[in-house]
Design a protein around this ligand. Structure first.
Ligand code: FUL
Length: 499
């Protein structure tokens, strides 16, 4: 005798099977949309935002401006500081015309003079005739930055050739106290600059002698960085070896074409003797620490009248832009403020022309309408079109374990290019180790363009200039990568390179 089928059980069984099938389908779908795993080391969100600034300014200003020195001994009378027409709004307006997204002020240089009325010393603007001792350059500049919408950062020299206590633990406490003043009295700070320079000799309260300190231990930098992190958690900390960003190993304003945003972080300290390595970073580094390329628009950091006709040319600055921002670094360009307390017209005019030139050269992406395809794509969400959509947050990615790929870019008609800009999606790490740019000749052959430098790393931004070529089809071949490549932008330009 057959048992009557139990309809309730059958229904339950069908429901369970549907749920299992749906779960399976969803998990396959989820897998298909899966983003690549991060490839360590990774930047913090603050480091990513910092690198997106790309260009920002340095201002060197203080008693040296009036005594015509680069490294004041620490004995200049406070009365020497007396700009007659100081106007921080003029500085900021000039910097904006030069495309600068922020400015870092030498609040105290090696001579120990403070551009703000620090309560820990009388060697400051408060003892100077400027604004009858009631002025505060740090306040005026930070307020001008707020008013015009650029970021504000501070430089506080660890080396102090004025203070009698320099070399003892008391000085280190003094230094931390000043850091706290700067971190608490002037609003948001985007970068804090810890200069590793120390020449030893100085005035030191009249002792006039040479004082040796151990640069890797004397200042207890981790403690100083703790102060910054506690009071300005969004600030990026600069020193020779980071931790936020690193010196690029020269003061000429460029990084090497191969430039990793990594460092073997515990190896580098202020005064690191292998500083030339910082031009490329450490490929095997264990921490994210991108390079900042610093240089002055004039030969000196401080203003000297005899350098009025030695301002870098628009061509020189343009070249530096491509070799700093275009080599996965940021550009920190110094403007020496003059004795009037203004940025000199020679510097402002060249800087504005330079910015206009970069805007013109990189203003029209000639690949904007081209079609992107790739030899491998992990899934639809990371489609090749994401590289041409001018959206920083979307990117193309290859499947896991794919460390090579060909990206083809097809335009409707022939285009002439001599510059290609590439960007990796750095929140997931810096990956690409080697690539080559090719174009298709009229007889259908892929040929590499002629580049005057190596094409290895990409990072946040890599701009490659080459000898101009005309073609409809272009190709980026990624020859090696630390993990599957993730590229968020590729753009092409005609900049007149080598013309
Ligand atoms: C160096 C300093 O010694 C220079 O005077 C200047 O401030 C430059 C930016 O850093 O280490």
């Amino acid at each position: 005798m057959h048992e009557k089928p139990n309809h309730n059980n059958m229904k339950l069984f069908r429901n369970i099977s549907t749920i299992i099938a749906l779960t399976l389908a969803l998990s396959v779908l989820a897998d298909n949309n899966q983003a690549p795993e991060p490839c360590y080391p990774l930047p913090s969100p603050q480091q990513v935002e910092w690198q997106k600034l790309e260009t920002y300014a340095f201002i060197h200003f203080g008693p040296n401006t009036f005594t015509d020195k680069e490294w004041g001994y620490g004995d200049a009378p406070a009365a020497a500081f007396n700009p007659t027409r100081l106007d921080c709004e003029q500085w900021v307006q000039t910097l904006i015309k030069a495309g600068m997204k922020g400015v870092i002020l030498t609040c105290k240089h090696h001579d120990g003079f403070c551009l703000w009325p620090s309560r820990y010393t009388d060697y400051s603007v408060a003892a100077s005739p400027w604004r009858n001792g009631k002025g505060d350059v740090v306040r005026e500049l930070s307020e001008a930055c707020k008013k015009y919408g650029i970021r504000f950062g501070v430089y506080l020299s660890p080396w102090d050739r004025h203070q009698a206590s320099y070399g003892t633990p008391d000085y280190v406490t003094y230094y931390y106290n000043q850091l706290e003043e700067l971190m608490t009295q002037y609003g948001d700070i985007f970068e804090v600059w810890f200069d590793g320079a120390n020449g030893g000799d100085g005035w030191y309260g009249g002792a006039c002698e040479k004082r040796e300190i151990d640069r890797s231990t004397y200042y207890n930098y981790p403690k100083a960085w703790g102060i910054v992190n506690r009071l300005q958690p969004n600030a990026v900390i600069f020193s020779d070896g980071g931790p936020g960003c690193r010196w690029v190993g020269n003061e000429k304003g460029y990084a090497n074409p191969t430039n990793w945003a990594f460092l073997r972080i515990n190896e580098v300290y202020p005064g690191y003797p292998q500083y030339e390595e910082l031009q490329s970073g450490h490929a095997d580094g264990d921490a994210w620490c991108a390079s900042e390329c610093d240089t002055s628009i004039r030969p000196g950091w401080f203003y000297h009248e005899n350098e009025d006709d030695k301002v870098k040319s628009v061509e020189q600055l343009t070249d530096l832009y491509y070799r700093s921002v275009g080599h996965n670094g940021t550009l920190l360009l110094n403007f020496p403020v003059d004795r009037d307390g203004l940025i000199h017209p020679n510097d402002s005019s060249i800087a504005a022309q330079w910015h206009e030139r970069i805007a013109r050269e990189l203003g029209t992406n000639l690949l904007a309408k081209a079609k992107f395809s790739a030899s491998n794509t992990r899934n639809k969400r990371f489609a090749p079109a994401m590289m041409g959509d001018d959206n920083w947050d979307t990117y193309w990615a290859a499947s896991d374990d794919e460390t090579t790929a060909d990206i083809e870019i097809k335009a409707k008609k022939d285009i002439t290019l001599d510059c290609i800009m590439l960007q990796e999606y750095i929140p997931l790490g810096q990956r690409v180790k080697e690539f080559v740019i090719e174009y298709k000749t009229c007889c259908g052959k892929w040929v590499p363009v002629i580049v005057d430098e190596e094409t290895t790393t990409i990072g946040y931004k890599r701009i490659v200039r080459f000898h101009e070529k005309t073609a409809k089809e272009w190709r980026i071949r990624i020859l090696d990568s630390r993990a599957c490549p993730c590229i968020n932008n590729i753009a092409g330009y005609y900049v007149g390179y080598n013309k």
